[in-house]
Design a protein around this ligand. Structure first.
Ligand SMILES: Nc1ncnc2c1ncn2[C@@H]1O[C@H](COP(=O)(O)OP(=O)(O)O)[C@@H](O)[C@H]1O
Ligand SMILES: [Mg+2]
Length: 288
């Protein structure tokens, strides 16, 4: 091994060590966030802390700014005002490109719609972030890592060489998740990951996310309006309404608040069905 490869590995290990979950109680801290497009205010002094190792569900009506919030955290949207810290750093104020890269490779993202590159195979899609961040990896190693990620998300080994158009909706989502996990991130952002899946496919995907988060110790920022997903996967839920996070807590904690939107959401017919389903599953688990 040459000396620069050794140095590179050491730097990489030090950078990974710097974001070890136990070093940050709150990997994401947002204070006074304002986002505005023209005269339209989307977020008006929004505050939110995401705890290390939790799956935080983010809910809110359509157009309340869930995706914009996620894009602000990962630096794709420059906020009008306010502060966002990820692992103690503020992307806006980082001037050193190396430092910015170090931070960015700590997270994986699955965007709304979860598009893969249609002209690339699943394995090639997974290799895109690897090539970007680790240009020196040789093809054999890239193939090995891709195969490992394919297995990790529960895809069969022959999914690697396939193109997105050859896969079912559920498999495309899994491939998107594999790509988001390519760099072994500590933080995972998922924007409506189960949208478009049938209930069985969605439930399996929920299980996969919960399992991966537990085994890898991930912190997950999960935007969803799937109530079943909230019950099945999330440790806490943040509710976006009135341009702010109006409440954040476990589902029982949210149910104890009197806010009309929260009450309607969780106690409406769909909310009750999801809660009953969760209770039934818990009873079944108890029997097994
Ligand atoms: N780049 C943009 N320019 C102007 N308006 C935008 C932009 N991105 C989002 N918006 C608007 O911000 C609001 C919140 O969007 P979004 O975060 O996508 O909502 P959702 O909660 O459904 O994910 C919407 O009204 C949307 O039209
Ligand atoms: Mg959205």
């Amino acid at each position: 091994m040459t000396e620069d490869v050794q140095t590179e590995i050491q730097e990489e290990l030090a950078a990974a060590d710097a974001v070890r979950p136990e070093k940050f109680e709150y990997p994401i801290r947002i204070r006074g966030l304002v986002n505005q497009f023209g005269d339209t205010v989307i977020h008006d002094h929004l505050d939110l802390d995401v705890r290390s190792g939790e799956i935080l569900g983010v809910v809110g009506g359509s157009g309340t700014g869930k995706s914009v919030l996620m894009r602000s955290i990962i630096g794709l949207q420059t906020p009008t005002a306010g502060e966002i810290e990820v692992y103690g750093k503020t992307l806006d104020t980082i001037t050193d490109p190396e430092e910015s890269r170090d931070l960015r490779r700590r997270w994986g993202v699955m965007f709304q719609g979860g598009a893969l590159f249609s002209t690339l195979s699943v394995a090639e899609n997974i290799q895109v972030p690897l090539r970007e961040y680790y240009p020196r990896l040789d093809q054999r190693l890239l193939d090995e890592i891709a195969a490992y990620k394919v297995a990790m998300v529960g895809l069969p080994p022959d999914a690697g060489p396939k193109y997105p158009a050859e896969l079912s909706g559920g498999m495309v989502k899994r491939a998107g998740l594999a790509r988001a996990l390519a760099l072994d991130p500590a933080l995972l952002f998922l924007d409506e990951p189960t949208a478009g899946l049938d209930p069985i496919g969605a439930a399996k995907f929920d299980e996969l996310i919960r399992g991966l988060a537990d085994t890898m110790g991930l912190t997950v920022f999960l935007i969803t309006h799937d109530l079943d997903t909230l019950y099945a996967t999330c440790d806490r839920v943040a509710v976006l309404a009135e341009k702010k996070v109006i409440a954040v807590g476990t589902i029982p904690e949210l149910l104890a608040t009197e806010h009309p939107w929260i009450q309607d959401y969780f106690n409406g017919p769909r909310g009750r069905a999801a809660a009953n389903c969760k209770q039934a599953t818990a009873r079944q688990d108890g029997k097994n």
